[in-house]
Design a protein around this ligand. Sequence first.
Ligand code: FAD
Length: 491
Amino acid sequence: MNVATAPDGVGISRRVLTGWGRTAPSACDVATVRSAEEIDQVLADAAEAGRSVVARGLARSYGDAAQCAGGIVVDTTAFDTVLEADLGTGLVRVGAGTSLDALMRAFVPRGWFVPVSPGTRYVTVGGAIASDIHGKNHHRDGSFCSHVTRLSLATPSGRVEVSPDDDADLFWATAGGMGLTGIVVDATLQMIPVQTASLRVDTERATNLDDCIARMTARDAEYRYSVAWIDCLARGSKMGRAVLTRGDHAGLEDVAPAGSEEALRFNPVVRAQVPVTPPSGLLNSVTVAAFNELWFRKAPWLRTGELQSIATFFHPLDGVGAWNRLYGPRGFVQYQFVVPFGAEDTLRDVVTQLSDRRMASFVTVLKRFGPGNPGPLSFPVEGWTLAFDLPVGPAALGPLLDRLDETVAGAGGRVYLAKDARLRPELLAAMYPRLPEWRATRNRVDPAGVFVSDLSRRLGFVSSPAPRLAPRRTRARAKTARAATQMNGSG
Ligand SMILES: Cc1cc2nc3c(=O)[nH]c(=O)nc-3n(C[C@H](O)[C@H](O)[C@H](O)COP(=O)(O)OP(=O)(O)OC[C@H]3O[C@@H](n4cnc5c(N)ncnc54)[C@H](O)[C@@H]3O)c2cc1C
């Protein structure tokens, strides 16, 4: 274990890390920070010692974005402090390790909801900014960083405050910059007002993909939130059949005559936990086909005005702890891409390929994106985004996904880096044509290339600086001993 760069008081331990897909493990020195000062301290120390660094939140990115083999990974999850909150305007400033779950628990009862929620509450604000995450409301509200008014960024040359008006280039390079422009220390967000903790939801079935596309195109604009679950195994005239759910925050008039305190109650629970070693082969084309059939048939042809909780509508998978283990020890990949409107043939082609090859994805979702924001690496662009999960194992998987990459890039689309674990580097520039602009900003704040992740190495994200050498400092020996003691103590 190399712990020579452990700063005073910050625990560091060598751990093997993966993303949510549990593929591509790497051994990293994890520094757990509890305050802004500790983040600055770890970074200054690492920079001085010539070590690579990347931040990590709740590790809900699927691939290798939040790990750095042989480098220092700054675990921010213990810096989860609400620093300021204005309950009149919904403006909150929080430590970057604060989870959206914690934000909802603290602020929904006070009438404020997060501006963008992904399919899980267990992501940090820092991770949400670094991936510029999107939700079911992208067509209406855009992505996460469009609601960040200011952030504090730790860079090798010191801490900087940035906003869309103050060093806009650095702000937007950080939005979707996958942690490679610096460590977000804290951020100020504009929350959205809600009267209740419920959603008023309309559900309908679409007979196939074209029907689904037509329904979403015609009426998504009427709803704040919209998503379609797609049966990726259906064939023939049913190919791409879907269950479409769309909704809005319920008003006080929509809920039973309960007081507003009761209407804003938010206390979701984890109902089940997947064991460390679940029975193998649970998710295969037979079980997924059976599940899809059941799910589709269970959905009403049309139901309007159903009240659903925040957890049911936004985060159904959070009800099962560690569900990623269901895919077995080899893990799984999530493939998410976006193609512009007009490239519907590409969407059809991808769903056809999944169905023809019996590639059984347990969760396949389609959303419509509105216009993207100014972030050069921000994933969303106006168009269709499809995401699906596939277990690692079948020999056909790699070649299929490689082919899909070409198809998506050829249609002017891109894959989502927060989900990626296997893209080939030569396609990155084609999918993210503003990469040179992003690199120029990044090189301005991190000319020595301190911020490195397995993802950035794999994709050649940043031009390689001189190799980062092992530390050669006089205090190294003493710190090694101190940190080793800490590691033994903490396991
Ligand atoms: C079930 C599930 C559903 C999901 N649904 C969606 C969805 O609907 N929409 C969507 O957009 N995403 C979705 N995601 C992906 C998830 O929102 C992103 O990967 C998010 O970045 C994860 O946040 P995290 O705190 O876990 O970050 P991590 O996974 O730990 O890190 C992700 C990236 O953020 C960087 N990072 C983390 N903290 C900081 C910091 N303080 N400063 C700088 N960089 C930092 C890391 O270096 C890394 O590059 C989903 C993931 C899961 C598991």
